[in-house]
Design a protein around this ligand. Structure first.
Ligand code: AMP
Length: 283
């Protein structure tokens, strides 16, 4: 596995692969790998000849007071795991390589980024779309993959790629969970064992919402009040948002009449955890 730190070296290598008619796949990440990351790598491997991952904790997507500095990092371990799944190259730039002095350009998707995570984290999606655009220009992939755990992010990337006519196929991957239902996340490392137990309420509340729907409840208010009840059983848990939305427009829905996004963001201790599912009518 090649480890590439410089933008120009990565671009030259990508050009070489393209000249050899090799199809390039990219998995953008912020590192501190868990099975979710590895599942993305395995899933995209069959869609290309060359598998590239990037590891970059992107300062542009963190707000003031957020966890950029203490975001968990372990490059050596990540590189070992990537090697194990057959990654061909890891692009691991420094912050200065991606945002050199004088940097002034940002890519912004409007509309769907202005709600949910975009409301609580105002510069988050702008940071994501900017760095992903740069990674696309640097790694020159034919195909890239993103997790449905970050559903709004996946939809934002799809919108950007469509709107800007980027010639890149975007794949989504279902959320990978621990055996007890907790969505895997690098931020789970922040949880004490007591908090980890409380964090199970996110996936449990998603399940309860689907159960309610299966029993005939359609009203968003009723479903969301049950979700909030499950989430907020006792202290140490603060709901950022719990919302039912149209999965394409992200508009609120008063009633569930078809596939509907149930999206959660919840602070458990210092960790801001997100989870979501698409609710389906059973009949
Ligand atoms: P991150 O390193 O957290 O920025 O995540 C890198 C990629 O992995 C993103 O596309 C995430 O959506 C995806 N991802 C993170 N956690 C999971 C998970 N539990 N299941 C599926 N994909 C995930």
């Amino acid at each position: 596995m090649r480890i590439i730190e410089s933008v120009s070296e990565m671009q030259q290598q990508a050009d070489l692969w393209r000249r050899e008619s090799r199809r390039i796949a990219l998995v953008p990440t912020m590192g501190y790998f868990h099975e979710g990351h590895l599942a993305l790598m395995r899933a995209i491997r069959d869609h290309a000849d060359i598998l590239v991952i990037s590891i970059f904790v992107n300062p542009a997507q963190f707000g003031p007071g957020e966890d950029f500095e203490r975001y968990p990092r372990n490059l050596e371990r990540d590189l070992g795991l990537a090697r194990g799944v057959g990654v061909d190259a890891a692009f691991v730039p420094t912050t200065g390589e991606i945002y050199p002095e004088g940097y002034q350009t940002f890519v912004e998707v409007k509309g769907i980024t202005q709600t949910l995570c975009g409301k609580s984290r105002p510069n988050f999606f702008r940071g994501v779309t900017t760095v992903v655009s740069k990674l696309f220009n640097i790694v020159k992939p034919h195909v890239a993959i993103f997790g449905e755990k970050d559903f709004q992010q996946l939809m934002t990337i799809r919108r950007m790629v469509g709107d800007l006519n980027m010639d890149i196929q975007i794949l989504g991957h279902p959320t990978v969970r621990e055996a007890d239902g907790l969505a895997m996340s690098s931020r789970n490392a922040y949880l004490t064992s007591d908090q980890r137990f409380k964090a199970l309420r996110l996936s449990r509340s998603l399940k309860e919402a689907q159960d309610l729907l299966d029993r005939g409840e359609r009203r968003s208010d009723a479903i969301l009040s049950r979700v909030r009840e499950v989430l907020a059983e006792d202290g140490d848990v603060r709901i950022d948002y719990a919302e039912l939305r149209d999965p394409h427009s992200f508009e609120e829905v008063p009633e569930v009449t078809g596939p509907t996004l149930l999206a959660l963001a919840v602070f458990v201790g210092v960790a801001r955890l997100i989870d979501n599912c698409i609710l389906h009518l059973s009949s």
